[in-house]
Design a protein around this ligand. Sequence first.
Ligand SMILES: [Zn+2]
Length: 392
Amino acid sequence: MHPSPAAALLAELVRIDSRSPGRLGDPRSDGAPTEEALARFLSAHLEQLGMTVELQWLEPGRPHLVARSPQIPGAPTLAFEAHLDTVGVEGMTIPPFTPELRGGRLYGRGACDTKGPMAAMLVALEKLLHDTQHATRNAGRSPLNLLFIGCCAEETGCEGVKHLKINGLRPDAVIVGEPTENRPVIGHKAHLWFELSVRGKAAHGSHPEAGDNAIYRMADVIASLRRFAGTRLLEASHPGFTPATLSVGTIRGGTKVNIVPDSCAVLVDVRLLPQQTPAAMLEELAAWVRADSGQPVEITWKAMAPGFASRADSALVRAFAAAGDARGARMPPGVVNYCTDAGSFGEAGYDTVVFGPGSILQAHAAEEYIELAQLDAAVQILMETARQYARC
Ligand SMILES: [Zn+2]
């Protein structure tokens, strides 16, 4: 059996190693993979489709890609966005960059997060460009300006998209490609990662009274964090969302069993509702924990990314619903807890939906794969949604 156009393209994308080299600005070793090879491949592919491509370099080896179709004055502009980077391959039990097709699935790193959604977008894009070229002659189809955006540095807390420049292109709506099992996702939480640390004073373990145990201080701070999570964080609500959460992910303190530790630090992951701003919440949490625990904690933020919530009656959300009706398979819109590049697009005021084939359960997994039936269905849904959107 021949693979479908989306499966064939996805196999090509998986073959290109685009593992995240780490956070922007981090030093990296010579020859480490970056997003560049994938961006170059996509540039050639999109130019062949007649699009104009621009690479925006955030640093050497790390570009954003912005491609636009020949502009039609007065037509709405719809953007497809997908991130270029994947997570690493540590612990994988299948060949990461040699795509395997078996049992109706395609296996490989990035197959579902997010090269599968990207391949579905690219195949849909090709057909839509064809539609648009013939829109004047084809009464049933309305013209649409199309953008394809490939962002770097997503896997390190959606940091790359904050530097994307698309103001001159002003899309009316953005579809962010992530594995949502082909369900339109119209909102997600914001995230905030930070470190809390406390200092003590070292002493010999046989004379603890001569020291000041930083781990004991941290125990008070953690109890305080849990009180914050169980009270203040539960106060806000947003339709469709579960409340904000807090989780202490790592703890580091002490060097030896017979030394009173002089420092202790924890890394904390907070997930906020779309209307809560991470910076304001961090300030409030810091003040609250210092007062409640009585500990002079120091706080360093590590990463934050905004959440978003689209209006359930936005033009793009309605286009997804109309596409579902047209195909006789309506998918009710939902919200998720994890972060995507959509937060930045929502924050900038764009009508935004996250959508794509594949399940988040297989993202970053030891055995990452995508169901090919879902991949091909995604192409149809994206095409139908874009056509419905062009008509609105
Ligand atoms: Zn992703």
